[in-house]
Design a protein around this ligand. Sequence first.
Ligand code: HEC
Ligand code: HEC
Length: 171
Amino acid sequence: MKKWLQFLVVMTSITATSALLASGGFSDNGARQMPAVANAKWKAECSGCHMLYHPGLLPERSWHKMMAGLDKHFGENASLDQATRDEIAKFLALNSADKQDNRRSNRINQSIPAATTPLRISETRYFTSKHDEIAASTFKRKSIGSAANCAACHQAAEKGDFSESQIKIPR
Ligand code: HEC
Ligand code: HEC
């Protein structure tokens, strides 16, 4: 190897290693959990039928598609007046998985093929890989309902915290 090339390789690996150490062992620059986010209209309009889903759980294109079809939202009519809809859509886009720098959002994003626009977090490859040891019958328990009810098992789900210390599967 040429001297200058050798030098470059060594320098690059030192830089990469220190970046890795600084971020706690992960190559992402951000935190492990999603940051707490807040918007009054989002909280009021998107938590009436189910838990509040953190915007960092889906990419911007998914939120965009969802907010454009609220009249046919998983079999429900969740329509909003245009000003409210626009404000929530903007908030979701701004804090979406592809606009965030935390380990969780980055992994979710990486698990979604660029050509697809999922509306369900519970159908992303990231979700299925993290829950492959949970039986379908567990998700169907009365105390849980479905895989979409993250908050039944993840006590801090609405804050965007899915750390293992915050998990308790109800009977
Ligand atoms: C009128 C009731 C209703 C309202 C209001 C509502 N939703 Fe839903 N939403 C549903 C139903 C029903 C489902 C499917 C739940 C299931 O499969 O367990 C759903 C599912 C979802 C899912 C997919 C969850 C998953 O990963 O499987 C997301 C994301 C979502 N809603 C976001 C929103 C957002 C954002 C808003 C506010 C703009 C909103 N919802 C308002 C009824 C509602
Ligand atoms: C039936 C209970 C249950 C439900 C409902 C559930 N989870 Fe989980 N989840 C778990 C368990 C248990 C684990 C730990 C799996 C393991 O470590 O092997 C886990 C792991 C995770 C992890 C990885 C944690 C880590 O640090 O590795 C994430 C992220 C996560 N879940 C997100 C979600 C989201 C988002 C939803 C809703 C769309 C959801 N979960 C619904 C039980 C649940």
